[in-house]
Write a protein that binds this ligand. Sequence first.
Ligand code: IPM
Ligand code: MG
Length: 389
Amino acid sequence: MENYEKNLDEACAKFRKILEDQLTRVENMKAQGDFTDYSAIDTIKIGVCGGDGIGPTITKEARRVLEFILADLVDLGKVEFKTIDGLTIENRIAAGKAIPDDVMAELKSCDIILKGPTTTPQKGDGMPNIESANVAMRKALDLFANIRPVKVPEEGINWTIFRENTEGGYAVGSSGFNVTEDLAVDFTVTTKQGSDRIARLAYDYARKNGLNRVSLVTKANVIKTTDGNFLEDCHKVADLYPEIITDEWYADIMTAKLVDKKRRRDFKVLLLPNLYGDIISDEAAEFQGGVGTAGCANIGKKYAMFEAIHGSAPRMVREGRAQYADPCSMLRASVMLLSHIGYQDRADKLERALDICSFEEKKLTVTGRAGGASCAEFGDYVMETLKKL
Ligand code: IPM
Ligand code: MG
């Protein structure tokens, strides 16, 4: 056996640092205030951050539609749009950071953020392996709940996925390390505070919307400590909502049940740790027409950010197809944004217009290629539809 003393000492020092950072995060969660009250803000500042790849194209369209819906409030000075440039892969590589400092400062100066997809480097693809901008933003702004609705009306599918957004495999996803040339480790993290706050949000949502089932999805049979604790803490919250049925699923069988047409309509609210939420939400969105049709809300106590659930599709840009990208993901995210800042009637109206355009009338279809409608044509179609409502 080789002498690994030095490797072990170095690994223990790195691990200690990770644990210290996580304990600081726990203290910060304990000290956290209440959710932002948007009705108390005189001018709600919406930061619009295009990202890269197809991001700027689809974000521009969502902004155009939002500006149309909020035109009277912009005139009254109650809402203001602010462009945030600079969250591109080139700038991020140049700064050597997931989010350059100046961009972060601008993000923090806004009350709410609409963000386009950003490119995420991965080991071996030739780019510096910086952390994903999404993941960094979720952590930096403590956006602990990633809420992803999926619906297919004709199949009775109406799911809302509550994905824990700051913990699990993502908490220190960029801090794993090689202990020796042969041995590498990554870490997954669960805290009592983290599980409790996402569970409360999911159960509150179920109660407010008259949904009588919350399904907990983990791999607690294998990942016994962290997933086990997540489950236990969710059950403690579930006890406060006796009218809601709580069921438990392992992530693998849940992926199977989501394709079971008879069973899947029973699901209403899914509550999951970060990584399972990531995987299951892509699968779920596929039934609705693909990830390009799905948006999400990233909610924290102080900040909130709304985005597509998909990536920046650099291939579409390379092949000259960016203008045919589907803006629906960002438009669905915009519905959630409107609702979050207190304009539920406008959110409902946009949702209704999107349902008409995507599921009912379907005068235009975006296919991602020439031949289908362009991103801007679809935006026009949504606004025409809105005018009739
Ligand atoms: C998502 C995405 C991100 C994630 C990627 C781009 C890092 O897949 O928002 O689901 O894994 O969370
Ligand atoms: Mg994903």
